[in-house]
Design a protein around this ligand. Sequence first.
Ligand SMILES: [Zn+2]
Length: 455
Amino acid sequence: MNDYQPVIGLEIHVELKTVSKMFCQCPAFYFQKPPNTQVCPVCLGLPGALPVPNQKAIEWTILIGKALNCKINCFSKFDRKHYFYPDLPKGYQISQYDEPIAVDGRVEMIGKDAINHVSTKKIFRIRRVHLEEDTGKLIHSKNGTLVDFNRCGVPLVEIVTEPDFDNSDDVKAFLEELQVIIRYLGVSDADMEKGTMRMEPNISIKNQKSKIKNQKLPNYKVEIKNINSFRFVKQAIDYEIKRQIEILKSGKTPTQETRGFNAEKQITYPQRTKEEAADYRYFPEPDIPPLVFTQEYIDSIKVPELPSQKIKRYIFDFGIRFEDAFILTRDKKVAEYFETIISNIKNQIAKLHIKNQNYKQIIANFIVNKKISTDLPVEEFINKVIEDLKPKEVDKGLLDEAIDKVLKNNQKAVEDYQKGRTNAIMFLVGQVMKEMKGKAEAKIVREEIERRIKR
Ligand SMILES: [Zn+2]
């Protein structure tokens, strides 16, 4: 057994795409807007300005919590988290400390078993989901550092996992699944390049040989910030695991700190030592009353069918291969397009008499292999599929010729069939199909041969 066991937890921030900001009426959409044009006394933290929570943001946080199988707390509240940073004009961030909106969730990662059945491969637990406000942005230039407050106060959901990961591949797969879930909910674009989805893995290594008996978790933690792609998360984690194991092997303990990631060099570097919760001097936000939700309200927030549920339905109801079901469900638009085709094509398929083929799998193939673009209007897509599925018109003369030739050259098989070995006909059909280079329908070929050689 490996002496050094990585222990990885994740913090993921997702910016909500509400119309207005978290505590004021400024627009929440700030991308490429001129700096400091979407601000007001509330999001600038001017004295006397009062925050009013955005109801949609609260509803969407509950929705995310439900989609991640969390328990939704009927009582929740906002807290002030104090720290000084130039992009935080108030000197504190309104966040949630001990009463988050959602807790104790889980994400099941599904895969397939040997017979195309869906099975749960791994479960990663969600510790909490809470709502807070985003900070501004610093813009570093040659002449100094500028600050843009447009992003200040944009609703930000923080999702914290339990330290359930022990390798970077699982982290990457989980984050990709989470991104798909968030997008299905329609609450955020979860775009990492634009910073609407950000993640901070924290990594430590459990030393199995440690003298501390029954050590559950290591006594330090390294957090990595500023990672903006799934690939970089994997690289940063792999680098950090190696770095920490080397330190442990030398008999030392890695420093508890926050590190950055240099994508070019693919290394992490120290940024600052990590604050403890006490350093933030959390206290309840005095300007916002606690949030109290009735069970009725929580129940009224409905989670749509999620990708993992769609995969199961595609496999069990449509008979689609797992791999294709997986690809079809990565983008909700593609999944919906696929389902629209399936429900609209039914009647036309019935007229084609192609019972033996799973036309749903064929349609899946069309989309997955991109033979047809999903930008095509549904009607046109259906016409193309039907055209492809239609039994091809066969030149009767050519078919007769091919059958004549095959029957003449395979007298033995013909006699076998006539003696009652009916399987022999399959050989003859195969030969004719070969002659026709596949441009005939096996069913018709069989009928024609039978008609001729039956006694
Ligand atoms: Zn504002």
